[in-house]
Design a protein around this ligand. Sequence first.
Ligand code: DN4
Length: 240
Amino acid sequence: VRWRSPLEWNGEGTTKHFSEIFLGRCFVYTQIIRPELRNKDCTQIMAAFKGAFISKNPCSITKEDYQPLIQLDTKAVPCNKTLFWSKSKDLAHQYTWVHGNIFTLEDTLLGYIADDLTWCGDPSTSEVNEQSCPHWKKDNCPNNAASVFWKVVSQKFAEAACGVVQVMLNGSLSEPFYRNSTFGSVELLNLNPRKVHTLQAWVMHDIGGATSNSCSGSSLNELKLIAMSRNITFVCQDNY
Ligand code: DN4
């Protein structure tokens, strides 16, 4: 057995009690939050999830590794009910929680299960690595298990969207729309213009912060140009 330094990677290790949290969240979601999913097999979903990264090099995870998992999650969000967000996670989740009938990725089964968890494996063992995991920015490891997972599920979430879609952005930042974010680099580019006719941005500002008119700024204009070039109508509202 290879000796391992506990600080091999710069990120937190796999969340303690990962399997119990995974199964618990899966059962809460499928039995209580969306009882129409009560026949989903949470043990099978967890096996497919772990199969994507267990016993593999934690920096060489591929989109294909997650395909068996993706195929188990079949329920799409209804048209006009998709909310994307970038740098506004807490507000977006408070909004969907109160509203009850609009959904972020984390209000869908796989996003709900994985939200705020950390996970990775190692080629030398069939266990998760609880010591450390690659950090998506600090380690030179873009194809780590978590980043690839979020890329795959974000792409699928965007491809399935239809009608008018919303995005909540953070107007207290100098660049509320950031091209390299997951929203800018994955979700926006995977909206299907034959299904999505309008992208509506809600640009939210910190209460008590400087008043600003982000919808008319250059960052939102960049988003508008990308949407228009994809034949998607763009509308923007400050502090909806
Ligand atoms: P963001 O606010 O910049 O990032 C959201 C979270 O994802 C933060 O905790 C980021 O970490 C983390 N993150 C972003 N990119 C990566 C990556 N390549 N690898 C690992 N972690 C990453 O907003 P965003 O536009 O990048 O992502 C938000 C949108 O994508 C939403 O519309 C979601 O549908 C989806 N998404 C959700 C999650 C999540 O729930 C993660 C990624 C994507 P840090 O910058 O704080 O270190 O966790």
